[in-house]
Design a protein around this ligand. Structure first.
Ligand code: ARG
Length: 468
């Protein structure tokens, strides 16, 4: 590219969209290095939405006239059509989504298109686009988190009475109901939902009007632009508005926690599905076979979800690191905010969509769960609590039960298999009501307080979630 083209109108020359003052073109590598159009073109419709609101506001305050406004609307309508039809030509030379769209607008409508950028900069434009896009993403993923809670609650209601061993240290601890176990995840996903909704409040603020960094001398009406775009508030400092990406970092942190919870659930699904455990089956559509071992049915989807947690955590650290060294106001570093943010949003949306479906397809093998709960002396704590209710101090009761467990281990039986006479040898206060306590059903039914594992409590909690 020669110098002469730099003297032309900025949009007449495709290779250097931003200025006539440069004396040599950038190399192809630098062009690719600095361009963002390959990934920020997905913001196109939000960019146009922001531009239309800006044009509306400029017209309302008399900076551009009604005819220009109509031309801009007409041009943008055509550009939307071209983008949706896939015929819009994206040019690397035009660097990013903003310049590509603006150049096409000028091609279509001439001078009116050149007036659109009055009182605006790509700095406040891009911050606005990301916020509009992220708000829509949050709304989708928040809804998926509600759907997931409901599907967990539906399965919990079905399995309010199904008993499996509860674990600590992955050792059998005490019996719990499967419904209660599922509702633990519903609680986690509910906090994730709350976090997204809270993050949305800070995403939903308008940067436009900050222009490059210092605001603008035109008599703009930022409240009007905010209202047109459905923003709750206006960013109150122009330097901050164009430069901070804390709203995106917050979203990435919320996304990391969503994936952390998904990953824990995945780990359990994988363990439960292992033939050694055999508590559940996942529907075939979430599993694959092996190319060499014909007997295999692998839980690929939960494994991948567990794995994808890593990249979402990585994006959080990348964004934090991107931000930490930047002086006010906008720096080109910020262009690097997008790919990780996009990927985090895509990953949680896709993962949650799959999990909503996968959870309702879980096939529960209640007999295997029950058999496992009968091993490992899961009701030992219940026996100790029984002795306490008969007047023993808890530490003595704990010791007494430990002796009983040792005897059962030697005999190869469960506590509930001991006769009343054998049990009374450990403590004379034991009577035949003990068998109500030593059974799995008696154990879980007694924990009926708020937050407990009893079937009646699970039904209340599951119904509460379904009624939300
Ligand atoms: N593509 C840029 C970004 O993503 C848009 C803003 C460019 N601003 C600038 N001063 N170069 O951040």
């Amino acid at each position: 590219m020669s110098n002469q083209s730099n003297n032309q109108n900025q949009f007449a020359n495709k290779s250097q969209a931003w200025s006539a003052r440069f004396s040599e073109p950038v190399s192809d590598l630098v062009k690719r290095y600095t361009a963002s159009v390959d990934f920020d073109k997905r913001l196109a419709l939000f960019d146009i939405q922001g531009s239309l609101a800006h044009a509306h506001m400029l017209t309302a305050v008399g900076v551009i006239n009604e005819q220009d406004h109509q031309e801009i609307q007409r041009g943008m309508a055509q550009i939307i059509q071209e983008i949706e039809a896939g015929s819009f030509e994206w040019l690397l030379d035009l660097e990013d989504v903003h310049l590509n769209i603006e150049k096409r607008l000028v091609e279509l409508i001439g001078d009116a298109g050149k007036r659109l950028h009055t009182g605006r900069s790509r700095n406040d434009q891009v911050a606005t686009d990301i916020r509009l896009w992220l708000r829509a993403e949050i709304d989708q993923s928040a809804q998926l988190l509600l759907d997931l809670q409901k599907n967990l609650a539906t399965l919990a209601l079905e399995h309010a009475d199904t008993i499996l061993p509860g674990f600590t240290h992955l050792q059998v601890a005490q019996p719990v109901t499967f419904g209660h176990h599922l509702l633990a995840y519903a609680e986690m996903f509910n906090r994730d939902y709350e976090r997204l909704i809270d993050c949305r409040k800070r995403v939903n603020r308008l940067p436009l009007g900050a222009a490059a960094l210092a605001g603008t001398s035109y008599p703009i009406d930022r409240e009007l632009t905010a209202q047109l775009l459905g923003f709750d508030e206006v960013c109150r400092n122009s330097l901050d508005a164009v430069s901070d990406r804390d709203f995106a970092i917050e979203f990435c942190a919320a996304a990391s926690l969503i994936m952390t919870h998904i990953s824990r659930l995945s780990e359990e699904l994988i363990i439960w599905m292992s033939p050694r455990v055999g508590f559940i089956e996942l529907a075939d559509r979430f599993c694959t076979g092996s190319s060499i071992m014909p007997q295999k049915k692998n839980p690929d989807v939960p494994e991948l979800a567990r794995g994808k947690t890593g990249r979402v955590n990585g994006h959080l650290i990348a964004l934090l690191t991107l931000m930490k060294g930047q002086p006010l106001a906008y720096n080109k570093d910020n262009q690097e905010d997008k790919e990780g943010l996009f990927d985090s949003a895509d990953t949680i949306r896709d993962t949650l969509t799959i999990f909503v479906d996968m959870v309702s397809g879980i096939q529960v093998k209640a007999n295997a769960m029950r058999a496992a709960a009968l091993q490992g002396f899961a009701t030992a704590t219940d026996l100790a609590d029984y002795l306490v209710k008969k007047g023993l101090p808890f530490r003595d009761a704990h010791e007494t039960v430990a002796l009983a467990v040792r005897e059962c281990e030697q005999k190869g039986c469960d506590l509930a298999d001991l006769s009343l006479v054998e049990l009374q040898a450990f403590h004379p206060s034991i009577e035949d009501d003990i068998f109500g306590v030593l059974t799995l059903e008696g154990s879980v039914a007694s924990r009926k307080h708020l937050g407990g594992t009893a079937p009646e409590r699970v039904r209340i909690e599951a119904q509460r979630i379904l009624d939300k």
